[in-house]
Ligand binder design. Structure first.
Ligand code: AMP
Length: 294
């Protein structure tokens, strides 16, 4: 069925709903020695997601994209309820992208006891409780729980994640290290709209005014990137914070410059692994973004 030598359009997208079916479909491909890449998503696909699929296609023979709105990582039930689920659009995008498999399980398939929580946790280190972990308690246990289950179902050679969720990639790398999992984690750059806003499935919730206001997030990060080397750290942060706080309706959760491994704020300038991260509510929509400074 797979014409790996042919064009992307020659491939057929196989839609799979159960772990059993997925394992059975992948088994013969693995037996042939084909390399499998996994791209986990929550759907409402945009060009950011497609960049991960494209990167995975370059590196692997078979690409599995998962679409699962994972309830255990949501801390706000309203956010879970209103999360966009345009399935027909997603399937069309994945077909056009030449993705091989889309895994779209039900909640019961991934969490048989749902809504009773599963009683296991992974030691993700102290960074679990900082930044997003502080504002969304338990979020990264939910994220790593589902990513572990997806890794277990697919047993991919590699998995592709976006730098857009910088802390998420760090948590997944920590999980892979602590559980000694045999999967390569690859981070892909942030894809932005032409005006700088980081693409996100949540952007469709922005009203016209919110959409304009949302630009202050990337503007503040770009400001930090441009001024980090020339001005005192506190001054750069102060000015960037003022950029975010300017439009009414933007409520800043955090804007910080941290060490990329510990996520602790840097107190003096560093020449390695420094990241600026921002999270803010724009109207009713909470957005995150970041920029790697060096
Ligand atoms: P999500 O569907 O939002 O859970 O995202 C699925 C994957 O796509 C995650 O690894 C995200 O970091 C990544 N992603 C989301 N938005 C972007 C973006 N604008 N650029 C690159 N990757 C992204």
């Amino acid at each position: 069925m797979y014409n790996l030598a042919g064009s992307k359009q020659d491939k057929i997208l196989e839609v799979i709903a159960t772990v059993n079916e997925l394992e059975n479909s992948l088994k013969p491909l693995k037996a042939k020695g084909l390399k499998i890449a996994l791209v986990p998503t929550m759907g409402a696909l945009h060009n950011g997601h497609l960049s991960l699929i494209a990167a995975a296609q370059k590196q692997a023979d078979i690409v599995v994209c998962s679409i699962f709105v994972n309830p255990t990582q949501f801390t706000d039930p309203k956010d879970l309820e209103k999360y966009p689920r345009p399935l027909a659009h997603d399937i069309k995008m994945l077909t056009e992208a030449g993705c091989n498999f889309v895994f779209m399980p039900s909640v019961k398939e991934m969490y048989p006891q749902y809504p009773v929580p599963e009683n296991w946790k992974i030691d993700l280190g102290n960074a679990e409780f900082l930044l997003e972990g502080e504002f969304r308690k338990g979020h990264y246990q939910g994220v790593t729980q589902i990513v572990f289950k997806l890794f277990d179902a697919v047993k991919p050679n590699s998995a592709f994640f976006g730098q857009k969720d910088f802390q998420q990639v760090l948590m997944i790398k920590n999980m892979v290290a602590v559980l000694n999992l045999d999967v390569q984690i690859i981070t892909c750059p942030i894809i932005r709209e032409d005006d700088g806003l980081a693409m996100s499935s949540r952007n469709i919730h922005l009203s016209n005014t919110d959409r304009k206001s949302s630009l202050v997030l990337s503007q503040a990060l770009f400001f930090i990137g441009q001024n980090y080397n020339n001005s005192p750290l506190a001054e750069v942060l102060e000015n960037a914070t003022q950029i975010v706080n300017k439009p009414p309706g933007v409520i800043l959760d955090y804007l910080t410059i941290v060490d990329g491994d510990t996520l602790l704020p840097i107190t003096e300038k560093s020449t390695r692994n420094t990241v600026a991260l921002v999270a803010a509510k724009v109207g009713e929509t909470r957005l995150i973004d970041n920029i790697i400074i060096n």
